[in-house]
Each structure stands twice: as C-alpha cells, then as structure tokens.
Design a protein around this ligand. Structure first.
Ligand SMILES: [Fe+2]
Ligand SMILES: [Zn+2]
Length: 363
C-alpha cells in the first residue's frame, strides 16, 4: 500500500481512491478488472476490449493496490497487473457538457448557405453545433432540382431508406398516401411514427413554392415534454408508459408500431417525442390506463399546438429544413393550390451527424 495518507483503500467489492485534488472515486472491482487497458486485455490495433468478465469470479478482489501521482496499479490474484492512468479516471467523471437548449422566445432557425454547408468545414462545424443545440437549421440557396437531398450524404451520412420511397415527394400531384399530399393544414407531427425506431433526422427540401399560404411550422417537442413533466408529472408518466398504435400504409406497404409517445433515457432525459395525429390508430378502449392516457394526451395536444413552442416561417424554393426528428415536430398551414408547391423529404440518422461533428473537430 502507498505511504501517503490513505490515498487508496480496499473495501468490500471496490477500491476507494482519494486523489490529491480532493476527488474521491469508488471503483468497483469488476469495473476495474473489466477496464484493464493492457495489450493482453485489448486488441492493440483497434483499442477494442478483448477481456471478458466470464473469465474471472464475480467476487474478484485485488491482491495488491498501489497509487503514485500518475497511476493506480492493481495486481490481481492470477498475477495479472492493471495500470490505470489517473488522468483517464478523472476524465471519466467530468460532467457532460449540455448540448441541448430550449428555444428562446421568437426563435427562428439559423440559416447556412448550401455551398458553405457542404464545402467550408468551419461553417459546417457551426451548423452542426447549432443543430445539436436547437435541433433545427435551415439551408438556403440549395439547387432546386429533384433528388438534391442525395448530395447531403457527405455531411449527413447515407439516407435512411424507409418504405414508400427513398426520397419522398410532397405535392398535391402524384401518389397520395398521406395528408401531406393534400392542401390541408398539417398539425405538428414527426414522420414514420409507424416504425419502431423512426428516422432521427429529416430533411425537407422545398423545390418550388408558388402558392398562397402553406407556411412551415416547427415545434420544440422536447420543451413541450419537459414543461408537461413539470406541470403534470402524472400525465407525463402516462405518456411514457401507455403504448399507442401508429399505422402508415398504401396498396403495397403496411407499417405499424405500438409505442409510447414519450421516451426517456436512463437518466430520465426526454429523448423521443412520437406525435402523429394522422397516423395514430384506434386504441383498445379496455386497455389499462386509457382514461389517464386520454387526459394526458389531450393536454399534450394543447401544448403541441400552443404558439409558445412553435416557430412559423415561409420556406421558399431552394431552402431545406433539417430537423432532429425525435425532438422537433413539423407542420404546415393550409394553402390554396393555385401554383406549384413541391417538397421532397429524406431521412438520415443523428448518430451519423454526431460522428461528422466529432470527426471535424478532431481535424
Ligand atoms: Fe411530415
Ligand atoms: Zn490486462
């Protein structure tokens, strides 16, 4: 053991480490053994873990522990030695930097020009950081050609293909399988609630907009859910627990998912609001908790349509809205179909945009 004043202690099931900056760490024995960074326990070329816990007993405990100003060293009963740099341990307990922010009052999405978004890495970093913060940006001066969204792949990663179409056309002419293909107003929603894991990013590309009306609306769904939790925790819980059927179909496709409207991560942070009035199906009226669910859903509908959470603007030809689709709902006001209005949609995955941002910042 070390000669300093108790910098390390063995207690039942873990190693207590008292660092000189006042930081105390409780490191479970199995965690320590699982995270040995040596070349035998890792694949040196890829840094992947090779060691697997099944090779040690559950009550494993160190035979010796020492610490100096740089490293914690542990010797295990089979003589295997593990050395943990203290800086690595300190880095693990740094609080996570908050990336997401609710929208300020009178929020409108920040705009970035198509050319810079695709070709200037500094602008792209700024755009992606803004996207992670507020869940939406608008790209301007994009080509007004069909299938332009294919060109986003170097930034957004590959298109997430879903049924119906690879790139979806939204206009009053053509294949009608959704209310979006009419001139009716669309309440706030996210697309493909009828998939177990709906696409997490959506791009809406306006090719031509020559109609009166049809303003675009976006809603900060996470702010709606967070405020609902504060004001009515019981409604929030019902929306997290009660599974709701959603369906989208045409003559050739039948997509169907039964999922709650709100999902949280293991820390209780909202990570997905699933809201689609148009795709929601009739629920078994005997389903346990349905009265409570409907009361909560009524309040959720009030809030999703409340001007407080929405931003309204006109999307012109050559503009693309990019939304984090598990967070931001989109909607449209009714329009009079007196001229051309043609929008194309494609879907991507947020993990790939996060990957791009991390990679760019590393360069
Ligand atoms: Fe939509
Ligand atoms: Zn090892």
């Amino acid at each position: 053991m070390n000669s300093l004043v108790n910098p390390v202690e063995l207690v039942d099931g873990s190693v207590l480490l008292h660092l000189d900056d006042g930081c105390d760490l409780d490191l479970p024995n199995l965690w320590l053994r699982d995270n040995c960074p040596c070349d035998d326990c890792r694949v040196p070329q890829t840094q992947e873990k090779r060691f697997i816990l099944a090779s040690v007993p559950a009550d494993l405990s160190p035979s010796d522990v020492t610490v100096d100003s740089h490293n914690l060293t542990i010797t295990w009963p089979d003589s295997h030695q593990s050395l943990y740099p203290l800086d690595t341990l300190r880095a693990l307990i740094q609080p996570e930097v908050k990336q997401r922010h609710s929208w300020p009052e009178n929020f409108t999405p920040q705009t970035f020009s198509w050319d810079l978004f695709l070709h200037d890495s500094r602008v792209l970093i700024e755009a992606l950081e803004e996207f992670m913060r507020h869940g939406v940006i608008v790209i301007t001066d994009a080509p007004q050609e069909p299938e332009t969204l294919e060109l986003l792949a170097p930034v957004t990663g590959p298109i997430r293909e879903l049924l119906f179409d690879r790139i979806h056309n939204v206009s009053v002419e053509g294949h009608v399988y959704n209310i979006a293909h009419t001139s009716l107003g669309l309440p706030p929603h996210n697309d493909f609630a009828s998939y177990s894991f709906p696409p997490s990013v959506q791009a809406l590309h306006m090719l031509h907009n020559e109609v009166a009306g049809g303003e675009s609306i976006i809603v900060d769904g996470w702010a709606v859910a967070d405020d609902l939790r504060t004001d009515h925790p019981d409604y929030f819980q019902s929306l997290c627990d009660f599974a709701v059927p959603f369906r989208e179909f045409d003559d050739n496709n039948e997509t169907y998912a039964v999922e709650p409207m709100i999902r949280c991560d293991s820390d209780g942070k909202v990570i997905n609001l699933r809201f689609s009035n148009q795709l929601m199906q009739m629920i078994n009226p005997q389903q346990k908790g349905i009265r409570e669910f409907y009361r909560a859903y009524h309040e959720l509908c009030n809030r999703v349509t409340d001007p407080k959470y929405k931003s309204t603007f006109r999307l012109e030809g050559g503009q693309i809205i990019l939304v984090a689709a598990h967070r931001v709902l989109h909607a449209r006001e009714a329009f009079s179909p007196t001229g051309r209005r043609h929008l194309q949609d494609a879907y991507f995955e947020l993990d790939n945009l996060v990957n791009k941002l991390v990679w760019l910042k590393r360069q």
